[in-house]
Design a protein around this ligand. Sequence first.
Ligand code: ADP
Ligand code: MG
Length: 240
Amino acid sequence: MQDEKLSSAAAVAAPSAEAEEPAICARGVCLSFGGGTVAVLSDLDLTVARGEKVALTGPSGSGKTSLLAVVSGLLRPDSGTVRTCSLPVETMNEDELAKMRRDKIGIVFQHFHLMESMTALENVMLPLELAGREDAEEKARESLSSVGMARRVGHFPSQLSGGERQRVAIARAFAPGPELLLADEPTGNLDFDTGKEILDVLFSLAEGGEQTIFFITHNHELLPRFGRVCALRGGRLETR
Ligand SMILES: Nc1ncnc2c1ncn2[C@@H]1O[C@H](COP(=O)(O)OP(=O)(O)O)[C@@H](O)[C@H]1O
Ligand SMILES: [Mg+2]
């Protein structure tokens, strides 16, 4: 009887196979451009556990943006395996990859990539509408409000400062509640205080949640905030 109780308790406590699987698992990834003339990633391994907050550094041109693109299925590596949010990225077709990005991943691009002809609110609503969410406007307003942009919802990107545009880009990435947030130097064009504020916003949005953050930054003063720091050098990752 006691044994039975123990084993059923263990069954309840045991995390599901999916929960155990890392958010990102890349093995032996090689990526080159120019028909193999420019090698960018060389036999690269990367594991990011669910809920982990990892920073990625590395000199300009070392392949950080390329790695983010491989993880999100925007670029196909020459070889190697990539599992992102438990999905086999290298075997998926374009439609499946687009669905994965829509449903599971939020990406904050280095240069914001906001739609210039749309207001802040419309920009943030876009991915929610594409996902068929009926509460798109409510969610978008909530997300903009959480990054301190409630009073700027009707502004177009050209009417916003760099820091404000970056907040909108973060609100857009976070609004659908992604499992994985990928950020490409989102503080790179901002002054230190604004950069720190943006990071505070990101961490407060992810706090309490299971969100995994993989964050490219050159800003060494921000690194202590992360659970782990990796550096990309010579096409491979070193953990510091
Ligand atoms: N689409 C592309 N075509 C050719 N070369 C590229 C392309 N994208 C990136 N590269 C090259 O790959 C290298 C890594 O670029 P990138 O991933 O943007 O580095 P980082 O983000 O670390 O600055 C650079 O040498 C860059 O010139
Ligand atoms: Mg880059």
